[in-house]
Write a protein that binds this ligand. Structure first.
Ligand code: ATP
Ligand code: MG
Length: 448
């Protein structure tokens, strides 16, 4: 079980005896405490130190704790602020909340209450830091037009794509549904010398068989009933640009031969036309089938396969690069303008799920959680049920004594909270001291 980091605290309190008591009591609860007695000193320390929480008195000889609070926010320091307030200062405390303080505590504080607040505030500061760290990683992992990855083999694939972009070679992108094939095809176009010309996507699966020819190649006036005018096909629209043939594996054998001829000759006839049209298009195709297997099964022409294959890119499914899940989740939250943070439980749940719909599914899950989660933090409970691990069926054991049962249960809750006693006590609805005593009596190891 990981040992939770110690909480680092700055206490700003000019009353030496009261400050001293606070300092000692908080230290006795396992925290690292430093104390300042003036605003100037506190400002200096928050700027230089790395505190999780600052506990600020309001009235000090050289100013107000609010000055320190303002400094924290002006400099976006990753710590949370708790305000110590006397009865007469409640309006100021409310002002502090408005400025972004985590909470305020009346003087003299009840130490257990204060300690719980300190733990909660520290947890929030830690989340803030972790999410900030994810953002920094994001900045390093977004090289190609919004395609986010930190995964080494996916990055290699991106490097190949970047090299291929400058060449006239056709590119075939293979990958499961929702892995970002279209995003990559667009990125390829954007990084190619053709970027000033059109990128034209065609979904081969969605085109009705009887229209696909005229869609692709256009038709002459009167070519068939209803062809009242000459129509330019998508091949011509894409001239000098990129034609993206999505779901190429769905193309009928007849159209496969037609396409092959165009790719070989760079020429085609409009439907009903007698003069050939020359085109200069770069073809990028994508499929979520295994095209080689389709060739072997006789459903896809081998010669066309090799024509399209110039450069082959295989996008790994999300479950093969679980490290990307947190990165992508952060990316989608930021892109949606949600400042919400993901807590450790949510990240763990997302990381354990298999993502059959890959990045598209993750994008939807995050989008929904960002809207539906009640607070600023997204927890595992805020994620849709299908993503969450199915709870083990509850089997109520009847062969245990009450004391044994209690012990097993407490151990389970402790494990769920990764050994964090404060959170475990909170979840159990008992005093931390009670929990501590129970663990002691069972001889649990110290210092968790
Ligand atoms: N690595 C990534 N970084 C950021 N966004 C991504 C990434 N991969 C996919 N997406 C996003 O996920 C969604 C699905 O991607 P896309 O449509 O490109 O997938 P696809 O492979 O073409 O799927 P399908 O096979 O179902 O057509 C899009 O909104 C896309 O922007
Ligand atoms: Mg697609």
């Amino acid at each position: 079980m990981p040992v939770p980091e110690r909480i680092t605290l700055l206490v700003l309190e000019d009353d030496a005896s009261f400050g001293g008591v606070l300092e000692e009591e908080l230290r006795a609860r396992g925290h690292e405490v430093e104390r300042a007695e003036t605003v100037a000193e506190a400002r200096e320390r928050v700027r230089r130190g790395s505190f999780d929480v600052a506990l600020l008195d309001l009235q000090l000889p050289d100013g107000s704790g609010l000055d320190v609070l303002r400094e924290v926010f002006a400099e976006s320091l990753p710590l949370e602020v708790l305000i110590l307030t006397g009865n007469a200062e409640v309006p100021t405390a409310l002002e502090a909340m408005r400025l972004g303080a985590y909470d305020y505590v009346a003087k003299p504080p009840r130490l257990e209450e204060l300690n719980v607040l300190v733990q909660k505030a520290a947890e929030k500061a830690r989340l803030r830091r972790e999410n900030a760290a994810l953002r920094v990683r994001l900045r390093h992992h977004e090289p190609m037009s919004g395609f986010v990855t930190g995964d080494p083999s996916t990055k290699e694939m991106l490097a190949t794509l970047e090299r291929a972009a400058g060449s006239p070679l056709p590119v075939l992108i293979e990958g499961e549904t929702g892995t970002g094939k279209e995003l990559l095809a667009r990125a390829l176009h954007e990084h190619s010398p053709r970027k000033a010309f059109p990128f034209v996507p065609i979904n081969c699966a969605a085109l009705p068989e009887n229209l696909i020819e005229s869609e692709l190649f256009g038709h002459e006036r009167g070519a068939f009933t209803g062809a009242l005018d000459r129509k330019i096909g998508l091949f011509e629209v894409a001239s000098r640009g990129t034609l993206f043939l999505d779901e190429i594996g769905e193309l009928s054998l007849a159209l496969q031969s037609r396409l092959l001829r165009v790719l070989e000759t760079q020429e085609f006839f409009r439907v009903g036309g007698t003069r050939s049209v020359r085109v200069d298009v770069r073809v990028v195709s994508a499929t979520n089938r295994d095209l080689r297997a389709e060739v072997e099964a006789g459903r896809f022409r081998q010669d066309l396969f090799y024509r399209l294959l110039g450069v082959a890119l295989r996008v790994p499914p999300l479950r093969a690069r679980r490290g990307d899940v947190a990165l992508l989740a952060r990316h989608f939250l930021d892109r949606g303008g949600s400042g919400r943070m993901l807590d450790a439980g949510a990240l763990e749940t997302l990381g354990a799920y298999d993502w059959p719909g890959n990045v598209r599914e993750l994008e939807m899950v995050i989008g929904r959680a960002a809207v539906l989660s009640p607070g600023s933090v997204i927890r595992a409970e805020d994620l849709p049920l299908e993503v969450r691990p199915r709870a083990a069926p509850r089997v109520l054991r009847t062969d245990l004594s009450l004391a044994e049962m209690e012990r097993e249960y407490i151990q389970a809750v402790l494990e769920k909270n990764r050994g964090h006693r404060g959170r475990t006590a909170e979840a159990l609805g008992i005093d931390p001291k009670t929990l501590y005593n129970k663990l002691q009596s069972w001889g649990a190891s110290e210092d968790r």
